[in-house]
Design a protein around this ligand. Structure first.
Ligand code: FAD
Length: 277
């Protein structure tokens, strides 16, 4: 397939990117591993591609006070191999390493994945379970969107016109926190048919997030409530599994029916909980 004709502009700063979007109505190009297929299928028909691969400030992963700040242009491979991520977030190391193949991990970025909001993408579940916040910059300045408010629908986020994701802020978890990301992999693309991320804090808080299960990634309030303040054991896992997915519109497609996907989601919730016991 051949994309429609479009312009191309390489920018060097975030402000330049925002100005370019406002001027042309163009679309950000990061790793291109979701956008280019969409261009080829003409699902995306931008006037101009605004290439942010020259913005070096978006590439860093740094520790600032009580957070790790991951730049939007950090690739999946970069995140998985980063010493700070390895120190604090084993869930993200495992999850990022399971994304696609080596080429996808070397080109695809965390910011691109979050902006694209594919219902089967891995980052959304991990960002939700780690209680992260997405930092965006636009014509009205910078704002921070908590992960629970970021994902709005199928390929739809809270990003407003001419806003760019600049970073993800991940709170450093207290010592003793355990986390796990488990996914049932679509064997060709390695996207999640279902994925479940769990973070258990020493104070008894447990955050549970799913991807691949519905139109967009979400925190599971029923499972979280069932686990709050409890020791995670066989009995509480059973209670949490039974309490999970309430009121969720489960997706159905040629990979999994509603019944099968529901079953998979509960199996992968159980696996993630066993991993943090
Ligand atoms: P791009 O493709 O460049 O952009 C995607 C969208 O996000 C575009 O609309 C673009 O305008 C927008 N965008 C990009 N960056 C920003 C930003 N900073 N601010 C605002 N908007 C922005 N993903 C998984 O999660 N799990 C998988 O197993 C998986 N397997 C894959 C297998 C294959 C074969 C391929 C091709 C992709 C796969 N992906 C998978 C998707 C991959 O992770 C993509 O790289 C990712 O979804 C998009 O990141 P990107 O940097 O390539 O973004």
């Amino acid at each position: 397939m051949v994309p429609v004709s479009f312009g191309y502009k390489k920018v060097r700063t975030v402000d330049e990117a925002v100005a370019a979007m406002a001027a042309s109505g163009g679309t950000i190009l990061a790793g291109g591993h979701s956008l280019v297929p969409a261009l080829k299928l003409r699902l995306s028909q931008p006037t101009e591609l605004i290439d942010i691969n020259g913005i070096d400030s978006l590439k860093s992963i740094t520790e600032v006070d009580d957070r790790i700040i991951i730049g939007a242009r950090a690739t999946h491979a970069q995140v998985a191999g980063d010493a700070l991520i390895q120190k604090y977030f084993p869930m993200m190391v495992a999850g990022a390493s399971l994304i696609g193949d080596r080429q996808v991990r070397n080109y695809g970025t965390i910011g691109g994945s979050l902006a694209h909001a594919d219902p089967a993408a891995d980052w959304p579940a991990m960002i939700l379970a780690s209680d992260s916040t997405v930092e965006v910059h636009g014509p009205n300045g910078t704002r921070k969107i908590h992960s629970t408010a970021f994902f709005k629908g199928l390929f739809h986020t809270d990003l407003q016109e001419n806003e760019i994701i600049t970073a993800v802020h991940v709170p450093i978890p207290p010592t003793g926190t355990r986390s796990s990301y488990q996914k049932f992999i679509q064997p060709a693309s390695r996207f999640a048919i279902v994925g479940c991320a769990v973070e258990k804090l020493p104070d008894g808080t447990v955050r549970v997030a799913f991807t691949g299960v519905s139109d967009f990634a979400f925190r599971d309030a029923g499972a979280e409530e069932a686990l709050k303040g409890k020791t995670i054991d066989e009995q509480t896992i059973n209670v949490a599994v039974n309490a999970s997915l309430r009121g969720v519109r489960i997706a159905s497609d040629h990979y999994a029916s509603v019944e099968y996907r529901t079953h998979l989601a509960q199996v992968y919730l159980r696996k993630a909980l066993v991993a943090v016991m």
